[in-house]
Design a protein around this ligand. Sequence first.
Ligand SMILES: Nc1ncnc2c1ncn2[C@@H]1O[C@H](COP(=O)(O)OP(=O)(O)OP(=O)(O)O)[C@@H](O)[C@H]1O
Length: 252
Amino acid sequence: MALSGAGNAGAPLFACRNIHLDLGGRQILHGVSLDVRRGEVLGVIGPNGAGKTSLFEVLSGRIQPKSGEVLFKGENITRLPLHARARLGVGRTYQTPVVPDELTVGETFKAARQAYKPYLTRFDAEYGAELVGLRVRDDEPTSQLETLNRRKLLLACLLMRRPPLLLMDEPAAGLINSEVDEIDHLIRLLSKEMEVAIIIVEHRIELLETIADRVMVMDAGEIISQGSLKDILADPRVHAAYFENVEEGALE
Ligand SMILES: Nc1ncnc2c1ncn2[C@@H]1O[C@H](COP(=O)(O)OP(=O)(O)OP(=O)(O)O)[C@@H](O)[C@H]1O
């Protein structure tokens, strides 16, 4: 485990350039560019419908953009599908933690270990479970797990392959405050001690305050502001976007 707090010097690990996306005949993303370095946490916020999830679909390879490039370690991976990007080390988590309901925890780990080659060992699964603090029996049906443990199980399955990049879509959705603290702690551990690069969509400003090195604000398919959380909260364009779209006070 590399112990380095300043892990984000140097070239970006992951980037996208000038992404345009159309869905259902509508322009959804207009020229979005971003980058993230090892050990860096980039927060993404924006009102409902801003295009955050659509951007994640493009970054993870579930959807092909109309134009623009996605780069990983300097290689153009724009045409690689989701599973090929996963093999390269692009990990993605979803807003809703959907676990395989018909499997037990142990069976889920086994399926994840053998999802693609090289197959991983039980030790890798134990490493993932230990990292996220998952403490449930192997024979427990995943359908019985609470939201936090579902999230931990899915994260453990991802992390056992030691991905250098995580795309996290609202990892604290559906959790109570003490549980959010656990996720917050885990994100800091992954980024600051293990140098994982993380792009995170998160509505909770208080969570971003503790974990994000930079924040990017989207509105109507574009980036309207980026910088430190303090800077973007002081940006009139950000206030305008929120107050036009959600009830007053949401940003506070
Ligand atoms: N398959 C689709 N076909 C047409 N329009 C779509 C499709 N998927 C998303 N959209 C539209 O794209 C826009 C961006 O949606 P997206 O879900 O990416 O926003 P978001 O910022 O993630 O919103 P939220 O915070 O509510 O999850 C919305 O106007 C949405 O209606």
